[in-house]
Design a protein around this ligand. Sequence first.
Ligand code: SAH
Length: 355
Amino acid sequence: MSNLPIACGKDVLLGKSRSDLEQWVALRGEEPFRGRQLHQWLYTKGVKTLDEITVLPKTLRSTLDKSGVEIGRLEEAKRVVALDLTTKLLLETSDGEKIETVGIPSEHRLTVCVSSQVGCSMACRFCATGKEGLTRSLEVNEIVDQVLSVREAMNRRPSHIVFMGMGEPLLNIYAVLNAIRCFNEDLGISQRRITVSTVGVANTLPKLGELAMRHLGRVQFTLAVSLHAPNQKLREFLVPTAKAYPLELLLEDCRHYLDITGRRVSFEYVLLGGVNDLPEHAEELSLRVSGFQSHVNLIAYNPIDEEDFNRPSQRRINAFRNVLEQKGIAVSLRASRGLDQNAACGQLRRNHQPN
Ligand code: SAH
């Protein structure tokens, strides 16, 4: 299985596979077993500094340190635990940027919601992250760290991963695919338990399917497409980038993705009271998504400071859901978790900014 280039100027260890590490130590004149040791200490023990890897001779640790090798872990800047134990972490990168990650526990699962970028350029109207634009994409170690950080904070092994934190994963495809490889092979989380959520970026969906097939050997992760509207006009209002990527084309690309991967696509739909939650919107949505293997995931809007949208009542949500079900569409309602603690994506970071 070929590895994607790790786009990283520094020599960062986190994100490298077992065979990468074996080759990496060999280049430094060490035996391959040193690479396997590194692998175990990085991913199983979750070390944060080279010095903690006491299985390596002290001289080797110090040589690596002097040559600028880094583990690539992030610093925890803030932790907020909700009443339902949903745990939000604000993590700081080595260049002082802040990103959010969330651990969402249930009886049988621990789902980690990971960020793929610092900020986001997509500017979806109801999303807190988009309000400040994009700073930069994350490196693979910065994505992988989030899962390790949640594992440590919650003292439990994550079972599922969703790329639904800050950022647009399809604008950082290489790092996202590298991270998926790592979650899968190094942390033992199967691809079937990983979801990549996108609002849609023109010309990237076919590329995602093909690149994933080429580099991961198979594509078994779920693609979630943030649709939010049943027609182009309303979608453009909620998702300004939709102007450059018409709904028809997006749905066509989803069909193509399904053909390549054989995986059913999941459509995310944030319900905004009085905006996109009327029964006629549900009727129109059912026409759009019927006819190919898909699933609609409804999410009640989490209010953000900058916008006046309303969270719809439970009655409205149920009515919307019923229309879809009557039309034979597979539908689920995402439970709101940790609502007492800045639940909407991007809010913890924004509240933490000094100004
Ligand atoms: N850029 C990707 C992934 C990040 S957003 C995407 O758009 O899919 C992850 C999910 O959170 C998306 O479905 C998004 O629409 C949703 N989301 C963002 N802001 C929200 C809010 N205020 N309330 C409810 N869901 C929100």
